[in-house]
Every structure is written in structure tokens, then in C-alpha cells.
Ligand binder design. Structure first.
Ligand code: PLP
Length: 384
């Protein structure tokens, strides 16, 4: 008895009608002038999202393809990369570099915590021959953001190492000035805070990263960045057939953000996350991430004792039409993860909070009804 569901998982996110309409435009020749103009303009706008003058590329693959691209292009086999591991996506990041023969120096961090500058500093000291530091800026599996990222990038640079940052679940949802923070390689994806459909990976590449790439020679043909650069420079095209309709969608989604203002767009994420954290904690709920590293784009809530995470999620879906995510692995039914990404509005925030209140009440959780909403309302008045 409902219309479409509210997609509140950490990607894919809700997509606007304007983007869906752009996506349904007729196909064009990807080796023709119309595409060439469109592609170059898309890349220029994408640079504004990354806040960079570095090269940027759009890859026809999900975000993982962006990580695979970095893993296959930059380092030689046996070269060292320092990677903090603090959840599923940082584990996958590490695995990708191992797959391409890199010597991954892992720093194990407890899930719910974030790597700090001191962890990286210490590991750099012990491994001065490492070529890179690789970091998942926002660990989607635990709702943790690496708030020391700018300092980590600085120390890596000072030690002659490049930084490779998986920003898939945070690009356009929190601060990420790629040039200001000196990030050499930054990876994003279409389906998170950009509010476009899934299927495109985004990557920025600095001059220092190019030096390593030219020396290492890419070991992937499909994700060969040198080819991507050559095709862009010589033909203003992509080396392989791009997912043209997804490119249209991404282009429109980016234009919407730039028209609205990137800074304001990011600010919306900060406002709504503040509302969520305050509302949920006032209901007596706790969060998986420690307070110092809580993510603004992924809110990971501990499921209260005595309640099944599965039942909680199913109730939210079947009765309230709200889709939230489970945890990964052993956290599967212990946490629920709410995506606070992309199209943020008061209706969604209040609907999610009140539905969670209502579901918990129904599941027998002792709750002061209305408390969450009463905390959220004064905060979301700033959502213009
Ligand atoms: C931090 C992070 N890295 C990598 C990925 C993988 O992206 P995709 O599923 O688009 O391949 C995700 C997906 O949620 C992610 O959140």
C-alpha cells in the first residue's frame, strides 16, 4: 500500500527526477563531436567537485573499479603501501593492492575507531621506503571518518610518499578539498553523495602520482590511466565505450550540485547528520563509531539489546517504506546503517527519525515518544 521506498542506505541513494530525465536522453556516438564536447565539460565540472586542478577521469565501473585502477597503475610489485585497516572497505582496499603484488603494510585499527596521524607517522618511520599511504577516508561499514586525513596527507608528502584516498562514500558529502589537502589520487563513485545512479567510478590524479604511473606502467588494460589520458588529450574521448546514459546522469547530478553550491550541498549533510545523531542519542541509542570519528554520511546505530536487527530493518521497510542497511559480517544484525547522502531534505530526515522511533516503540523498546523529533526539528530549520 505504498509508493516507492525511501532509499536510506549508504548508496545507492535517492536520485532526482531531473537526473532520471537526463539519463533517458537518446544515445549518441561516443566517437562523435557531440560526445567530445560533453565529455570535456563533464570532466571540468567534476574537477570542481574534487576541488582540484589535477586530472580527473570517469570510469565505467562501480567504485571498486576506481580502487582497482589505483592498485593496478601506480606501484610496482613488491613496492610498499601503508594501509590502515578498520573495516570491510579498508580490508578490500588492502586486498586490491595485494592482488597486484604490492607489499601492503597494514595498520590494524579497532572497528569503530579511526586511524590517527600518530599511527601513520609511526608506520612511516618504520617504513621510510614505502611509496604510498592508502586510506579509506570514510569507512562505510562502521560509519567512521578519518578526521586526521589532511594531517596524514601532509606527513606523507613530507616523507616523499603519495596518498591514495578512497573517498567513495564521502565525496560531496563532507569536506574534501583535494588540492588543499594534497591528495594525490582520490577515488569517488556516482551513487553516493552525488545522487546519481551507480555504475561510474571517479578518479583524480596528481603530477606526483603521474610520475609513479609512468614509471610503473599500468598492469590493467581496461583501467590503464595512461590510455585514459592519451584518449582525452588526443581525441577528447574515453578509450572504451563509456556508459553514456550514466555519464548523462552524472553530468546532470554534478550540475545540480554546482548550481546549488558545493559548499552548501556539503553543509546540508552536516546539518542532517547533526540532527540524526542528536535525535538518536536522545532516544537512548548508541553509535558504533566513537564520537571523535563519527561519519556525517553514514550513521551506524547499535541495535539495542533484545531487538533483532533483521526484524527492525524489516519493520522499517515493510511498514514505513524505509530502506536501511545492515552491518557487514559479524556486525550484520548488530548495527543498522543509515545513508545520509545526496538529496538531503527535512522530509527524509524527519520521516526516518519518526519511523525509527515508532518501530522501536512497536518492538518493545522503552522510549519517550516524540523525543527524537523534538531534538531534530530545531536543527533542521537550517536546511534551506
Ligand atoms: C568506502 C567504499 N569503498 C568502496 C566501495 C565499493 O564501491 P562499489 O560498491 O561502487 O564498487 C564502497 C561502496 O559502498 C565504499 O563505501
Amino acid at each position: 500500500m505504498s509508493t516507492h521506498n525511501l532509499l536510506m542506505i549508504p548508496g545507492p541513494t535517492n536520485v532526482s527526477q531531473r537526473v532520471y530525465t537526463a539519463m533517458s536522453k537518446p544515445l549518441i556516438n561516443h566517437r562523435g563531436e557531440e560526445f567530445r564536447k560533453f565529455y570535456i565539460s563533464l570532466l571540468e565540472n567534476l574537477k570542481k567537485i574534487f576541488q582540484t586542478e589535477n586530472d580527473v577521469f570517469v570510469l565505467t565501473s562501480s567504485g571498486t573499479g576506481g580502487v582497482e585502477c589505483a592498485a593496478s597503475n601506480i606501484l610496482l610489485p613488491n613496492e610498499k603501501i601503508i594501509v590502515p585497516v578498520f573495516g570491510t572497505f579498508s580490508e578490500r582496499f588492502s586486498e586490491a593492492f595485494k592482488t597486484y603484488g604490492c607489499n601492503v603494510i597494514e595498520i590494524k585499527i579497532n572497528p569503530g575507531d579511526a586511524p590517527l596521524l600518530e599511527h601513520i607517522e609511526d608506520t612511516i618511520r618504520k617504513n621510510p621506503d614505502a611509496k604510498a599511504v592508502g586510506i579509506v577516508y570514510n569507512e562505510t561499514s562502521t560509519g567512521v571518518t578519518v578526521r586526521d586525513l589532511p594531517k596524514i596527507c601532509e606527513i606523507a608528502k613530507n616523507n616523499g610518499m603519495i596518498t591514495i584516498v578512497d573517498a567513495i562514500s564521502i565525496l560531496a558529502g563532507d569536506d574534501l578539498p583535494v588540492d588543499k589537502w594534497n591528495i594525490d589520487v582520490c577515488i569517488g563513485a556516482s551513487q553516493k553523495s552525488l545522487a546519481a545512479p551507480p555504475g561510474l567510478a571517479l578518479i583524480s590524479v596528481s603530477k606526483d602520482a603521474w610520475k609513479l604511473i609512468e614509471r610503473a606502467k599500468p598492469r590493467s588494460d581496461y583501467f590503464n590511466l595512461i590510455k585514459y589520458r592519451e584518449y582525452r588529450d588526443k581525441q577528447r574521448e574515453t578509450p572504451f565505450t563509456p556508459a553514456i546514459n550514466l555519464f548523462y546522469a552524472l553530468d546532470e547530478a554534478i550540475k545540480m550540485i554546482l548550481e546549488y553550491g558545493l559548499e552548501k550541498w556539503i553543509e546540508r549533510h552536516k546539518i542532517s547528520s547533526k540532527a540524526y545523531y542528536l535525535a538518536f542519542s536522545s532516544m537512548g541509542l548508541s553509535f558504533f563509531a566513537k564520537e571523535y570519528c563519527r561519519s556525517n554520511t553514514v550513521i551506524a546505530i547499535n541495535v539495542p539489546n533484545g531487538i533483532s536487527g533483521k526484524t527492525f530493518r524489516e519493520l522499517l521497510l515493510n511498514k514505513y517504506g524505509i530502506v536501511v542497511a545492515s552491518g557487514f559480517g559479524e556486525l550484520k544484525d548488530k548495527i543498522i546503517r543509515i545513508g545520509n547522502m545526496g538529496i538531503i531534505n527535512a522530509r527524509n530526515v524527519l520521516t526516518v527519525i519518526s519511523s525509527i522511533e515508532s518501530s522501536l516503540y512497536e518492538l518493545g523498546y522503552n522510549i519517550n515518544l516524540g523525543i527524537g523529533i523534538s531534538k531534530a526539528i530545531p536543527i533542521i530549520k537550517d536546511l534551506k
